[in-house]
Design a binder for this molecule. Structure first.
Ligand code: 5GP
Length: 238
């Protein structure tokens, strides 16, 4: 497997073409950004931690019959994934109120929701990922009704796998963001990453934040929290 030219460089990942058609090389960077790149820092080991954390979650989903773009780990900072045509819609799942939902609706952070909430945002840095609904998605032809039905079904299944898995490791899955894409043979499947950059994880006993909010809110101990997440995922594996 040879790494070829850069296809895309995002805030936290760099994507390369590979010698194998249909596959992409994903490098997880140490760069950490928040507020659309306004706050930026290099955090040693963050890339390697996110690469390993995401691989564990994506393998877990595959083991539960949920197809994802994940193929295999290449080394500590790099993974091989199937090439997808990413649908420009971020799918956000909330189990406990936090972040923008708390601000927008005036519901205190930590309020447990009676059922999961799914929100959609347009993937656009310039527009700061504005929230949209299914009517926007169909009217703007971002995805078809059939695709969104499949995405919604997969999203609930993913939440149903992740919540108990994390609870068993003393972690509450507060909310998270998913991205889906079209694969040439497999239809619409899960892409991107599942990491403390894209999820809110709270320690169940202390309530302590174990995710990127430590960076966004200047709480310190960012990589230590990510390392603790990886440790608990690995401990549970044995
Ligand atoms: P909120 O809407 O409260 O800012 O975020 C809800 C959840 O989605 C959080 O877990 C947050 O990390 C994740 N999320 C929302 N937007 C993005 C994004 O653009 N990139 C990443 N990596 N995660 C996001």
């Amino acid at each position: 497997m040879e790494k070829a030219g850069v296809l895309y460089e995002g805030k936290a990942k760099k994507i390369f073409e590979t010698s194998e058609p249909g596959y992409l090389w994903v490098e997880f960077k140490d760069d950490t950004t928040a507020f659309d790149g306004l706050k930026k820092e290099l955090l040693d080991d963050k890339g390697a931690l996110n690469n390993q954390i995401s691989s564990i979650f994506l393998e877990l989903l595959a083991a539960n019959g949920i197809a994802t773009h994940y193929e295999r780990l290449l080394d500590d900072k790099n993974m091989l994934v199937k090439r997808l045509h990413i649908i420009p819609v971020e799918v956000i799942v909330r189990n406990i109120v936090a972040g923008s939902m708390s601000k927008r609706l005036g519901v205190p952070e930590g309020t447990r929701l009676k059922q999961p909430v799914i929100e959609y945002c347009l993937k656009s840095d310039e527009l700061h990922d504005p929230m949209i609904n299914l009517h926007h998605i169909y009217a703007l032809e971002l995805a078809s009704e059939e695709e969104m039905k499949s995405i919604q079904e997969q999203t609930y299944l993913i939440n149903d796998v992740l919540v108990p898995y994390l609870e068993g490791r003393g972690i509450a899955l507060v909310d998270f963001k998913l991205e889906f894409g079209r694969h040439s043979q497999e239809g619409v499947i899960l892409g991107d990453e599942i990491t403390p950059d894209s999820c809110r994880f709270w320690d169940i006993s202390s309530g302590e934040k174990m995710d990127k909010d430590r960076f966004r809110r200047d709480l310190g101990g960012v990589t230590e929290a990510y390392r603790e997440i990886l440790k608990r995922l690995k401990e549970g594996e044995s």
